[in-house]
Design a protein around this ligand. Structure first.
Ligand code: MOS
Length: 758
């Protein structure tokens, strides 16, 4: 029986919201809880006797700790303990115990495991005190001595050490090739060759990574945690500390953004649990904004793209290779080049992908991992080739439109990209664009229009969902899903409410607790297809059960009705469009002598069927930039992002996802730049003052269009596909291409800062 867990403070739509249909722009059901403070985030849970943990971060990139002096820290009033690798409680030594559900191949980093230092910023001690202030002060007094070893953190200086990800270790199949791309490129009349460099980017969600461990009288740990999967982190804690499942509950009902940083347990969780077990009391550990730069990042990437075409603009060769950094511990793989073999019609394609191991923390997924950089390179290169051919860049893409995946010769599950081109171009006014660069000017500013295509994978995974209909007319649907700000509460509530014909305020979707039915991580834009498919399935079973109960009521007017002639509306079941036949569901439950009916559904997509298709979402991004050549300032004044992502369930939260992606794309294109001092192997600008992210002043008109698409291969139940990641893909390329159109300058890497314009 799945009941509401009061501590989660699960939101429900306000009274008066009424009936909803998919595709409607419904305001998020958790909105009120978030703006009033009713929603509690991981660091906002209180408990008597709570201890505060502050992390001491290491200062060398590679070597070992020779001594840790903790006396001065322990002497600070209020400090109760300083945990280091020398005195920590028992943890598993077997590195497999640290492998969470999304770990790449290799040996995961183990916090406070030994004296080894793998990267600068590595946690080396946790200071615990009865106030945050005492812990923070004492953390500065911990004196750590090291023996340093030579380190490497410079990608461009170590490209010659690149290796192919070890297939077994990385669980990864290398990208394939078709035809003879080298020969085709060499012999082609029109061709380009370009290199791209992208530096590290860091996750900066509003909410810092934080853990509050509540310590129960029986030793049960209830952990409020910033994560994209309560169950992933529950599993991790159980394995690392050897605790049975019943001893640990992880909750994440509200998450203030994550963008991939919460796909794996981060070290503050391990440290907080260590401390709670050592002190047998509740503990909270919150990372500082600076420490948010020390647990994984979008990896530094080098790419080379070679494209060739016939004189009339047909692509004859696509060659794309990438080299990306990983840590020495794990083969973190994001297959940067894959989309280059899936998007455009071409007979000769050659893809390559390699890694370089550095003395860094393993990179971790960040919104559209791989595609964000890989599609940037492909789409800037496409623009270059279009100009070499003197063909309009949009027209060039239409000429090379693929109706089948050219690399694997497979059909697409659905691909309404041509609608994106048509609708996006019409809304933007692309037809009025002069081909020639530097041909539009407005006062001091050069104006440029650029475009790019976007592509991202469409995933669907396994999930379990429970749906309970109560005699008072409320429907409670549950799954251990997450809502990292993306709209999960809203979308799932809408699917359930529409299915049972209930007003939205009668439906509550409960997520964010590891004891709920299984759900995968909220990642890879897969929650709507996966959990949403499960919600649809559970509600469908519930409807069938309620129909059976209605028909078997004593003297039922509907006894002979065929199930397909019945409909659910406003808490009643009736013959379609015949309200006079309506039977309140309350009466149905009463007649059956129950006060609730529960159904469970196991969402299990047919992978065999799926594999026959290339499953992806597509987009066309159009943008306008204004460039002040005297000051080097670029403003992105207009963006139209047209997206084909199957049926859109929640028009408002889906559009918000795409807008967020565009904002990040602007940030990536113009602002975000991480500087490493390679002498120390350390990120130097680990703060908001020096690591710039786009702010409101950088964001102007952003318009989102959704194509009509229905994808029953990816989502049999809903026809939907995820939109969490596609919004960012192609944006930085469109901006780079628009800057070329404005200025005639081809700037390939990001960020395009004023010094590069001048
Ligand atoms: Mo997303 S990078 O799959 O959280």
């Amino acid at each position: 029986m799945t009941d509401l867990i009061p501590e989660l403070r699960t939101p429900t739509a306000p009274e008066g919201t009424g009936r909803v249909r998919s595709g409607m722009p419904v305001s998020r059901v958790d909105g009120r809880a978030k703006v009033t403070g009713e929603a509690r985030y991981a660091a906002e849970h209180e408990a008597p006797g709570l201890r505060y943990g502050v992390v001491v971060s290491g200062t060398i990139a590679r070597g070992r700790i020779t001594a840790i002096e903790t006396g001065a820290a322990l002497a600070v009033p209020g400090v109760v303990e300083v945990l280091t690798h020398l005195n920590r409680p028992k943890i598993r030594s077997w590195d497999l115990a640290y492998k969470d559900m999304t770990a790449p191949g290799g040996s995961p980093f183990r916090p406070l495991f030994s004296d080894r230092i793998f990267y600068s910023g590595q946690p080396v001690a946790l200071v615990l005190a009865d106030s945050f202030e005492a812990a923070r002060h004492a953390a500065r007094l911990v004196d750590v001595r090291y023996e340093q070893e030579a380190h490497e953190t410079n990608l461009l200086a170590s490209l010659d050490q690149a290796y192919k990800p070890r297939p077994l270790k990385a669980g990864f199949t290398p990208p394939s090739s078709t035809g003879d791309a080298d020969k085709a490129w060499n012999e082609a009349p029109v061709k380009i060759e370009s290199q791209f460099y992208h530096g590290v980017e860091h996750h900066n969600p509003m909410e810092m990574h934080a853990t509050t461990v509540l310590y129960g009288e029986d030793g049960h740990l209830t952990i409020y945690e910033k994560t994209q999967s309560s169950q992933n982190n529950r599993w991790y804690v159980s394995r690392v500390f050897g605790l049975p499942k019943e001893k640990v509950t992880v909750r994440n009902p509200y998450v203030g953004g994550a963008f991939g940083s919460g796909l794996r347990p981060q070290y503050q969780l391990t440290l907080a649990v260590m401390a709670a077990l050592r002190l047998a009391c509740p503990v909270r550990v919150v990372l500082t904004r600076q420490q948010m730069f020390s647990f994984g990042h979008r990896p530094e990437t080098w790419q080379k793209v070679k494209l060739a075409a016939t004189a009339d603009g047909k692509l004859s060769a696509i060659l794309h290779e990438a080299i990306q950094e990983t840590s020495r511990l794990e083969d973190y793989v994001e297959v940067v080049v894959n989309w280059s073999g899936q998007l455009y019609a071409c007979k000769n394609i050659k893809l390559g992908y390699k890694l370089v191991a550095h003395d860094r923390h393993s990179p971790i997924d960040m919104r559209a991992p791989g595609a964000a950089h890989g599609m940037h390179a492909l789409e800037v290169a496409m623009d270059e080739l279009a100009y070499r051919l003197r063909i309009d860049p949009l027209e060039f893409r239409r000429i090379n439109y693929a109706d089948r995946n050219p690399l694997e010769d497979k059909p697409y599950s659905a691909k309404e990209l041509s609608q994106c081109y048509d609708k996006g171009a019409a809304r933007f006014g692309w037809k009025d664009r002069p081909l020639e660069p530097r041909s539009m000017r407005d006062g001091e500013e050069l104006v440029g229009w650029g475009m790019a295509t976007g592509m991202w994978d469409s995933l669907v995974m396994l999930a379990r969902v429970s749906a309970v209909f109560h005699a008072d007319g409320r429907l409670v649907v549950s799954s251990a899903a997450s809502d990292i700000g993306t709209g999960t509460y809203t979308v799932m509530s809408m699917i359930a409410a529409e299915s049972l014909g209930l007003p939205l305020e009668r439906v509550t979707f409960q997520l964010g607790d590891s004891t709920l039915p299984f759900a995968p991580v909220e990642g890879g834009s897969s929650h709507v297809t996966t959990v949403g498919g499960g919600v649809h399935g559970a509600c469908d079973k519930l409807k069938k059960r309620l129909v059976r109960l209605t028909k078997s009521m004593p003297g039922s007017k509907l006894a002979k009705a065929r199930p397909q002639d019945l409909e659910f509306a406003d808490g009643k079941v009736q013959l379609r469009n015949r309200p006079e036949t309506a039977v309140p569901l309350r009466d149905v439950l009463a007649a059956a002598g129950v006060d609730r009916v529960e159904e469970k559904f196991f969402m299990k997509p047919s992978l065999l069927k799926q594999r026959k298709y290339t499953r992806a979402v597509h987009s066309a991004v159009f943008c306008e930039v204004r460039v002040n050549e005297k000051l080097g300032i670029v403003r992105v004044t207009r963006v139209v992002n047209a997206v084909a992502a199957g049926r859109i369930i929640s028009a408002k939260t889906a559009a918000s996802q795409v807008i967020g992606g565009v904002v990040w794309g602007i940030s990536q294109a113009l602002h975000e730049e991480s500087f490493t001092d390679h002498r120390f192997g350390r990120f130097m600008n680990h703060n908001f003052a020096e690591y710039h992210v786009a702010v409101n002043a950088d964001v102007h008109d952003i318009q989102v269009i959704f194509a009509n698409e229905d994808d029953r291969i990816v989502s049999e139940q809903l026809g939907a596909k995820g939109v969490g990641e596609i919004g960012i893909v192609g944006v930085s390329a469109a901006i780079s291409n628009a800057i070329f159109h404005a200025t005639g300058r081809r700037l390939r890497g990001t960020p395009i800062t004023p010094d590069k314009i001048l």
